[in-house]
Design a protein around this ligand. Sequence first.
Ligand code: NZQ
Ligand code: ZN
Length: 393
Amino acid sequence: MMNDFVFQNRTKIYFGKDQLTHLGEEAAAFGKKVLLVYGGGSIKRIGLYDKVVDVLTKAGLTVSELGGVEPNPRHTTVNKGVKICREEGIDVILAVGGGSTIDASKVMAATVAAPTDDCWDLVIKKVESPRALPLMTVLTIAATGSEMNAGAVISNVDTKDKLPYFSPAVQPAVSFLDPTNTFSVPAYQTASGSVDIMAHVFDMVYFSRQPRMDMLYRVQDEVLKTIVTFAPIALKEPDNYEARANLMWASTWALNGFLAGGVSQMTSCHRMEHELSAVYDITHGHGLAILIPRWLKYVMNDDNAWQIKRLGTNVFGIDASLSDREGAEKAIEALSDFFFKTLGLDSRLSDLGIDDKHFRDMAENACKQLGGTLHGFIDLTPDDIVKIYEMCL
Ligand code: NZQ
Ligand code: ZN
């Protein structure tokens, strides 16, 4: 049965290269005091920091700041922001950066409205927060979709956990998507972000056991084709506006809820990857690139081979007359070539210095929150997950 569903998305998007002028009026609608949150400094190198501060101050706003949000953002950094928000009476948080900066800002926004100083209490659901400070974003990398969704992922390096947080209250009110802000994204992050976009399509719905919802599958094919077409162009020509714009808008729509309508969300590879980035602090999209082709090989069977073959025929142009099994195998080959040859990502966990030492713990942890089994294309037990990790070595 197709699930009933509600689709609502309240994020207002300003898309394009001359939209930042609207930042002042949008921020002023929430109050006078802004906390500007950013990462390791890329926004300063591209001149975006100065532009943002200029627009905000011209609109009469007072700007406080928290820089240094890490990729795989840490709960301790979020807590620093919570303290600033409380001490300075911040009215609105402005995240300028990628998924890590936006995710940290989301959980910060919710914690400020909760009876705790420690955001981890919210992440592990010890404390609930139905409210949050308003959040705006200026996106600088096409990858997560965090700019238009209500999810976040936070790392705790003490417990080696990386866990999701979800609350409609933290959905950004306004997001600015200017493709020129992504011209400076390095090739490695462009490649990893592109994989992440594809993984959101795969992991949420494309490879699911749900009945066919053709309208969605057709759009999903187009999102995947967009990445296959434009990621290689962005790698060769980092300041190609059309390529960056296509990647940016695809990233937003891959995970803003629209593509999941009526189909249960599946997160097998994402859960397995979050364990990798929790323990080894690796780049999320790269971990996914290594996992997905192995996971597909592991889960392929006579019932689902046609769905994997569909990726090959619809996205990579492989011969539709092949049998489902042959087509599925060719599809996995084409996907691996795209990740590891075209995008140039290393193909093995051992390339990232990872061995099998923690596989058992990671596999148990990946299943823990879901009653011992990881649901997905087929259900996976910790034993299955260890085997998939081993295939990635
Ligand atoms: O920190 P700075 O100096 O800004 O550098 C960043 C960082 O090193 C750099 N970068 C970003 N924009 C740039 C740039 N460098 C040059 N020029 C620019 N314009 O790229 C590096 C990675 O940034 P990050 O924010 O970590 O990337 P991404 O957007 O891929 O976010 C990854 C995080 O989001 C989580 C991931 O698990 C990971 O923690 N996810 C969040 C999701 C969500 N909220 O819906 C869903 C995803 O599945 C994902 O799990
Ligand atoms: Zn992802």
